[in-house]
Design a protein around this ligand. Sequence first.
Ligand code: HEM
Length: 369
Amino acid sequence: MTHAATMPKVARKAHSSGDANGQPSLGSVEARGDTRVVAPSTPRPDVRLTGHARGWLIAVAVLMGTLVGVGAWVRLLDAGLSIVVWQPVFGVLPPMTHAQWEALYDAYKRTPQYVQLAPTLDEFRTLFWPEYVHRVLGRLVFLALAAPLFSSSFRSKLGVSRARRMGLVATGVVFQGTVGWVMVASGLRDRPMVHPWLLAFHLGTATLLLLALTAELDPLRGHRAAFTRQVQAIGAAAFVVMLLGAAVAGLRAGVLYPTFPSFGGRWLPPEVAACEGLMCLQEGSAVHWAHRMAAYGVSAALLVVVGTIARTAPRSRAWALRTFAHLALQITLGAAVVLTNVSLPLAVLHQLNAVALVLTLAALARRAG
Ligand code: HEM
């Protein structure tokens, strides 16, 4: 006979109202004699995920990370503006017949990018495929995340609150796709360029979704460490550096200063000093300058904090050194990107490692000290 079967009826009800792992869910009913009492909603740390559920979350996170890398590759190939329609459901099938290719090509001919590049139908196909792969991967991420949530046995493995949060992340993936289309549409009107700050927003929301997923793999442990706030502040600053970087890419400003560490031998180029107010956000040289200077600031702050953690918090030393390794790689890649006039593979790695740096900083902030 099971433990639950030996309980009084009311208590059995209370027992089954808990989420996975037999823990009471928020506001669950508990039995005290004959009286049913609603327990106060006390937050509790989530139980660590194991087994298939953990494997699933890791697979979705890897798929999402791949999508971020493919996004950078598509942008650097100038392929993102090749598909001029948004068909979230039917767009999953690529053109099969010559007539279908012709129809897509004709629609593309009405865009400013066609006016600029005037590709042949064959050249158009080479622009089409990377963007197609990007969009199909986006749908796959959504399906991989959302489909298992329809199974009640899988939801019970996750626990009620975690399943709800994963449902929210799946909704976030739909939002992410919508932002992606708004961004593409911004490049189909006057100039063959997407709006640089929509590009930054698109990368920022992708990173937030990855942060939400990876936080589930590694929930907050115990008490805050002395360094938690500092690492959170540096993580937030690295996130802003990342957004500035995406805007540099969107403004095609990476090629403006092919020197490192200064800007053509100066630390404040005259055109940057001359720009004023919000206009600076559209000025490639100013955004490039701000991106690099903010990255130098983040590096200095992280060096100090990592040094302190290495001396005073031995249990978190390994994670602190990991963040340091990602930062060193990021600066090296940044320098290589400017010195090579934005080489495609280096720029893709620079984008991927930026996301990895932010995720590692978040993981460090979750350590207990
Ligand atoms: C904390 C450090 C840094 C972070 C988090 C970061 C992040 C990023 C991100 C996310 C992008 C957008 C990539 C893309 O869309 O292709 C970017 C672009 C760029 N970053 Fe960084 N970056 C950092 C440091 C640096 C440094 C130190 C340099 C230069 C020395 C640099 C130079 C560039 C350049 C030139 C681009 C534009 C590349 C392109 O046009 O595709 N970055 N950065």
